[in-house]
Design a protein around this ligand. Structure first.
Ligand code: PEP
Ligand code: MN
Length: 377
């Protein structure tokens, strides 16, 4: 299926059996043969479809555990023989690709740090030229959708059509409850622009802790993600990397039983009538919102003309202050979040100033805010 320039094979044609969602699980890192095999045997009892394991680990500091290297690929081959689960590993350069493929690894993934580097992604793409290997591409560390898309384009141009995007959250200088901010608007925008690219969520790296994994997994399903990648270890507390965000295989089983799978549409005619009805209401309201904003802008332009005649500034800080406090208070009284109302008015105010400047031939026609996405991308 072609998705805005990308030729993407649906997940269901990757040759990996799964039910509603593709579930990928396995250790952050392969540590020893026993750990790999017993994690795989544990996960095979639950609804896991693809076993993952880090072999070469991109660690922040050189003294951390760097992965076991090629040796670990043999343990994966054994785990596959014992469980029948297809195997996935992270690759960061052509020699990783070569070693993985020669050990019969079924799926490769590009890690967040590698996606950030177009040279590295291109080298991986070149190493895969002409092959049919599925590749999952994690988002880059920074919230840069173009870089994420660029990595998938490079692979696609090398002939890889079995591509999936893995959302693992974005690094931020703001520390909060997440290890990596989910910033859901980014995968949602990816889906709007490339609807056929399968989207997998990696709650382990988003959360950085075990307790939020279930919440983030459910959120991903509510947003119609196609699958999950969750780290699992037979003894999570002892893991040599990412010990706080791995679940024991039996806990993966419990989690998968509690998650509710959502679909975009169902064949229930009463439900569909309700949806048509409610969406019609939303469409009518949106039409009125747009009409009202257009009317407001026309009045703003008129005000701009008067300001020009009187030679007074377009930006009136006191008036802006009063708009913010009165509108956020109105919103609050109607149960709207103050921050949300504030952001709406920042957009409206910026556009009103731009239009006033344009109407009165002023230079410096906007406040310089750059909005992240374009309508027609
Ligand atoms: C991993 O999956 O173990 C990993 C290194 O993830 P990321 O590239 O998302 O940091
Ligand atoms: Mn990890």
């Amino acid at each position: 299926m072609t998705s805005a320039g990308l030729n993407v094979t649906p997940l269901s044609d990757w040759g990996i059996p799964f039910a509603d969602k593709l579930i990928v699980s396995g250790p952050c890192s392969a540590e020893n043969e026993h750990q790999v095999i017993h994690t795989a045997l544990g996960l095979a009892k639950h609804k896991v479809n693809l076993f993952r394991s880090g072999i070469w680990k991109p660690r922040t500091r050189p003294d951390s555990f760097q992965g076991v290297g090629v040796e670990g690929l043999k343990w994966l081959t054994k785990a596959k023989e014992l469980t029948n689960l297809p195997m996935a590993v992270e690759v960061a350069n052509p020699s990783h690709v070569k070693a993985s493929l020669s050990h019969g690894i079924d799926v490769l993934w590009v890690g967040a740090r590698t996606t950030t580097n177009p040279f590295a992604v291109q080298a991986i793409a070149d190493a895969l030229e002409g092959l049919d290997t599925p590749v999952m591409v994690k988002n880059p560390i920074s919230p840069d959708l173009e870089l994420w898309i660029g990595a998938m384009e490079r692979l696609n141009r090398a002939g890889i059509s079995k591509i999936a995007a893995v959302h693992r959250g974005f690094s931020s200088f703001v520390s909060d409850e997440y290890r990596n901010q989910p910033n859901w608007v980014i995968p949602i925008e990816l889906r709007r622009r490339y609807p056929s690219i399968p989207l997998i969520c990696d709650p382990s790296h988003i959360c950085g802790n075990r307790k939020m994994i279930s919440f983030v997994s459910q959120k991903a399903f509510d947003l119609l993600f196609d699958g999950l990648m969750i780290e699992s270890h037979i003894e999570p507390h002892t893991a040599l990397s990412d010990a706080n965000q791995q679940l024991a295989p039996e806990d993966i089983g419990v989690l998968l039983k509690t998650l509710k799978y959502k679909t975009e549409g169902v064949d229930d005619s009463q439900f569909q009538r309700q949806m048509i009805n409610l969406r019609q209401k939303i469409d009518d309201i949106d039409l009125r919102i747009i009409e009202m904003i257009a009317r407001r802008m026309n009045i703003a332009k008129e005000i701009g003309e008067h300001k020009k005649q009187m030679n007074i500034s377009i930006l009136q800080p006191d008036r802006w202050k009063q708009i913010v406090s009165s509108r956020t208070a109105m919103g609050k009284a109607m149960n709207l979040d103050e921050g949300f109302v504030f952001r709406i008015y920042q957009y409206i105010h910026e556009e009103a100033i731009r239009q006033q400047n344009e109407a009165t031939g002023n230079c410096g026609a906007d406040l310089g805010t750059r909005f992240p996405y374009q309508v027609k991308d």
